[in-house]
Design a protein around this ligand. Structure first.
Ligand SMILES: C[S@@+](CC[C@H](N)C(=O)[O-])C[C@H]1O[C@@H](n2cnc3c(N)ncnc32)[C@H](O)[C@@H]1O
Length: 279
């Protein structure tokens, strides 16, 4: 695992309060990578990632689902609209909570997802209350990942599933150069640590869950950052970020760091589905 001890939770919250507007302008309502099979548009590629993870997790219609790190509600809204899931989305950012709530209302989504502004590391849901825990690109920001997995495992009903995508550190042993590349991404994108695929498998297992599917999508997702970099160059997004403060330009300047880390193997992009045993 790569650890970056300087990151503070207040900085992560502030980052998403401010950067949500940039992500919306530059990328769309989903703050996650696209998944490409061919030359699809970024908007289609973003939906493909959501849809593919939902299929891998065999999410049943009307499931009770907790979307941890829900961003602008992209997944929550998709899962409610397409699978009639009863969704509670959780985000650290009050701006995102308001954004997601407004989007769901404007789109008249039924059943209407609920959005809560809370820390995933502190929130409580009743034991055995969820069919699905869903989390796309949030656990990178958590400080005590094994403790979060243990808690999320307790929320699931027997037979329930945890569906997750995450930026991963490459598998150890890592060269110093690779460790530095991954560290640069952690600093620029506000991740207190990055686990490897085997770290995640261990955290699921320690939480009493059985990993039923996992894989690496790095090659199918990494063009996300080439597209974002071009869009930043072509538009006034960097200027707007500068006006708001130097911290907000930081993440815009780290797109190359992510690409370098993906290309060298210092980082990977992974998906996981883990199931809570029935007995
Ligand atoms: C990269 S965005 C992904 C958003 C969303 N899953 C999506 O795919 O569009 C990361 C999300 O994690 C959330 N997040 C980060 N740390 C969190 C925490 N401790 N508790 C709750 N949410 C958190 C952020 O607020 C943001 O919504």
């Amino acid at each position: 695992m790569i650890e970056c001890p300087n990151i503070k939770k207040t900085v992560i919250r502030n980052h998403y309060d401010i950067s949500t507007l940039f992500y919306r302008l530059m990328w769309g309502p989903h703050i996650h990578h696209g998944l490409w099979h061919a030359n699809e548009s970024p908007a289609v590629a973003q939906i493909q990632l959501t849809e593919t993870l939902a299929k891998l997790a065999s999410i049943q219609p009307e499931s009770v689902l907790y979307d941890i790190g829900c961003g602008m509600g992209g997944s929550s809204i998709w899962l409610a609209q397409n699978l009639r899931c009863q969704v509670t989305g959780v985000t650290l950012s009050p701006v995102q909570r308001q954004w997601a709530t407004t989007s769901a209302a404007i789109k008249r989504v039924q059943p209407r997802p609920k959005f809560r502004c809370e820390d995933a590391e502190a929130i409580q849901f009743p034991t055995g209350s969820a069919d699905v825990v869903w989390s796309i690109e949030c656990t990178e920001h958590l400080f005590d990942k094994p403790a979060f997995f243990a808690k999320a495992g307790s929320w699931l009903k027997p037979g329930g599933r945890f569906a997750l995508c995450a930026w991963l550190a490459g598998e150890p042993p890592m060269s110093e150069e690779h460790a530095n590349q991954a560290m640069k991404v952690c600093e620029g994108m506000f991740c207190p640590s990055l686990g490897s695929q085997s770290d995640y498998i261990r955290w699921f297992e320690q939480a009493g869950l059985k990993v039923t599917a996992t894989g690496i999508w790095t090659d199918q997702v990494k063009q996300t950052w080439e597209i974002c970099r071009k869009r930043v160059e072509k538009t006034g997004v960097r200027y707007l970020a500068k006006v708001l403060g130097k911290n907000h330009v930081l993440f815009l300047d780290h797109f190359d760091a992510i690409l370098n880390a993906y290309n060298s193997g210092a980082m990977e992009y992974g998906y996981f589905v883990a199931e809570k045993p029935r007995s």
